[in-house]
Write a protein that binds this ligand. Structure first.
Ligand SMILES: [Cu+2]
Length: 379
């Protein structure tokens, strides 16, 4: 059963993870075997070496010491699979208005913490498939304009010191979708808009996942003040890029929380995208080699919706929101027309980023960099 018979000296990476060069014994697709079947999500084929060694590099996160000088056998493969399981993550809790709701309260948490890797499946919306989710009959009240927190944990019983393996570098995002009944809506299909994202910060050289880990797994998400009241799905998402240089190698972790928004002005109707649909396996932020520097990363999906323009469609005040527009907002890197006022950007307006020629000050709030292409006035 094992496809590898030689373990060479492990190569140690900065984050403490190790790569082994393993000689292939049998003529099968070693890449598939290594990355999917046996070692599951914990492994990775590095394309840096194959032309030198003609071998497969199995990448193990937090490998156990006893693996080091052993040959691959079925037991070692099992140990490696266990190691891999320690790498995944789940959005377990939602904190709203300072109230910490319990694990799985108002969130459809999965029974397994593994990723979705095929962006074309309906599981990309609210998880499922290989990770069956548990329904919740709770809908959590959230005030428009407030900042909620979600907790990310390795498993449903992990603490804040066990968020996700540090090898799982990548962006952290949040989306919303207006629904009639948050308890039963599958989330599959149109209606999604992105409300926050964080990717790679080239000045600090930190990924959003790095910050999430040092933050104890707390993701802060500001709920737009201008959206309509009512029930929504709030979808937190992490993309782990450690194996993303091969197709369907990126690992998507997402959960959907069930919320009821109050206090929204309903003045802007966001442009929306579909899940599945918003991502393609070949998107530059999804088919991505994490190990090439300097790192330049484009967060996949639509641009972030903001109440002051960008990713939104203004709704006439007297009218109730109609069917949201289905066209995707323009890519984030594209500069939008800057506001004509000279007093700085309004709250939630853009105030910086590569290619931005508009105001770099805020009429209201503080200018904070979301990524190198986008800074936003936040309260
Ligand atoms: Cu994982």
């Amino acid at each position: 059963m094992p496809g590898f018979n030689t373990l060479r000296v492990p190569k140690k990476y900065q984050d403490g993870s190790l790569a082994f060069l393993c000689r292939e014994r049998q003529s099968f697709d070693s890449r598939l075997r290594c990355s999917r079947s046996y070692i599951s999500h914990s492994s990775l084929v590095l394309f840096v070496f194959p032309f030198v060694y003609q071998s497969t590099c199995c990448f193990l996160q937090s490998p156990r010491p006893q693996i080091f000088n052993m040959k691959f056998s079925s037991s070692v493969v099992a140990a490696a699979a266990l190691t891999g399981a320690s790498a995944h993550t789940i959005m377990t809790n939602l904190v709203s208005n300072g109230v910490v709701n319990g694990v799985g309260v108002g969130i459809r948490v999965p029974s397994y913490d593994g990723p979705i890797t095929d962006v074309s499946t309906s599981d990309i919306a609210c998880n499922g498939g290989p990770n069956p989710t548990t329904p919740s009959n709770v809908v959590i009240d959230v005030k428009a304009g407030s900042t909620v927190q979600t907790y990310w944990r390795h498993t449903l019983t992990s603490t804040s010191s066990d968020v996700i393996d540090s090898s799982h570098k990548g962006p952290v995002m949040a989306y919303m979708k207006k629904v009639t009944d948050a308890k039963t809506d599958t989330g599959i299909g149109g209606g999604w808009f992105k409300i926050s994202q964080d990717g790679y910060d080239s000045s600090s050289k930190l990924w959003a996942v790095d910050k999430l880990i040092s933050n104890g797994g707390v993701q802060s998400i500001t709920i737009p003040s201008c959206i309509a009241n009512g029930q929504y799905l709030l979808r937190g998402e992490i993309i782990a890029l450690h194996a993303a240089s091969s197709t369907n190698g990126a690992q998507f972790y997402m959960e959907c929380a069930q919320i009821n928004v109050t206090g929204g002005t309903g003045s802007v109707s966001p442009a929306t995208v579909s899940l599945p649909g918003a991502y393609k396996s070949t998107d530059p932020g999804i088919l991505f080699n994490l190990y090439v520097s300097p790192i330049s990363y484009t967060i996949p999906g639509p641009s972030v919706f903001s109440c002051s323009g960008g990713g939104g469609v203004t709704t006439p005040p007297a009218t109730t929101p109609t069917t949201p527009a289905t066209t995707a907002p323009p890519p984030q890197q594209t500069s939008t027309t800057p506001p004509t006022t000279g007093t700085g950007s309004p709250l939630y307006g853009q105030c910086g980023g590569t290619g931005w020629t508009g105001p770099t000050t805020c009429a209201s709030g503080t200018c904070k960099a979301t990524n190198e292409w986008y800074s936003q006035c936040l309260p």
